[in-house]
Ligand binder design. Structure first.
Ligand SMILES: [Zn+2]
Length: 301
């Protein structure tokens, strides 16, 4: 372990900060009492919140490249500190291609922290089926998975999930129950508590949830409201369980869910929400490219 400093990095795919008072922005309508209590407003655009150990700012995901930001380049930028969209000259959707895999191999946030002597982990649980699909060439690795491989870390399994030592990508295991009924459903608050427990012996815990991007593409308001309620309970579970020296950082790769008038991604800024000592270190961040360097320099001895 590097030091007592700990960071939980929650990556929510497809969440931007959109305008308030808008019927197509589910963040204006969702019941999120814990987040409201923390921020004093919904997770929408507005003045920067910078009070003690709390920071909420909108950061750029367009990265000086024309077009609508996409997942492969956005996530690579977010998890490496490099401008992946500029490297390619365009925004690449879905999964990283060979040039981006090279960038992740060199600059993966998990690798940067382990190279410093820190203990880093990816909290998501994986099924054996996932690796079979990749083996057969029927699936490509996501940016987060490539970050784990670059750092030569182990993947968490369904056994870890059963023991409360992993979290599934949908928070509650709902999607997993279709494939494997041996894993019980989890409440969102318990999933948050599990994530916080993992951070007790790690300097960096990365967690990915791509539910918001899926719902945003489908423009499904009902599902969006249900998910945001779960997200609120999940974040509450993390924050109430994490130790005082631990920080939580939440960000995204591009907007989507905050504008259900379109099924496409948006050019809105994405949230940079930080709770804990790391908040003081993140006040000057402008884009998603600045997130990894800020976390790594915060953890650096
Ligand atoms: Zn995405």
């Amino acid at each position: 372990m590097l030091s007592a400093k700990r960071v939980i990095f929650i990556f929510l795919d497809g969440i931007g900060l959109g305008p308030g008072g808008n019927m197509t922005n589910p963040f204006c309508q969702a019941s999120m009492p814990n987040l409201m209590n923390l921020l004093g407003r919904p997770l929408i655009e507005g003045p920067v919140i910078q009070e003690g150990d709390l920071l909420l700012n909108g950061i750029d995901a367009c990265l000086d490249v024309d077009g609508i930001p996409q997942s492969a380049t956005g996530q690579t930028s977010l998890f490496t500190g490099q401008n992946a969209s500029k490297i390619l000259g365009y925004h690449l959707p879905a999964f990283p291609n060979e040039p981006l895999i090279q960038v992740i191999d060199n600059y993966s946030i998990l690798k940067q922290v382990t190279d410093l002597g820190g203990k880093a982990t990816f909290a998501n649980a994986y099924t054996p089926h996932y690796f079979e699909l990749v083996e057969r060439g029927e699936r490509m690795h996501s940016a987060t998975t490539l970050c784990v491989l670059a750092a030569q870390l182990n993947f968490r399994t369904l056994d870890d999930l059963r023991r409360g030592q992993a979290v599934y990508w949908d928070i509650t295991n709902e999607h997993l129950l279709h494939q494997d009924t041996s894993v019980p459903a989890n409440s969102a608050i318990r999933a948050g508590q599990h994530l916080a427990h993992i951070s007790h012996d790690h300097n960096l815990v990365l967690y990915e949830c791509f539910v918001p991007d899926l719902i945003g593409h489908r423009k499904d308001l009902g599902k969006a409201l249900k998910f945001l309620e779960q997200l609120d309970a999940f974040l509450h579970g993390v924050i109430e369980t994490m130790e005082p020296q631990t920080s939580i950082l939440i960000s995204s790769d591009h907007g989507n869910l905050e504008d259900l008038s379109t099924g496409a991604h948006t050019c809105n800024p994405v949230p940079l929400l930080v709770v804990g000592p790391l908040a003081h270190h993140c006040r000057r961040l402008n884009s998603i490219m600045d997130v990894t360097p800020a976390i790594v320099s915060f953890l650096e001895p």
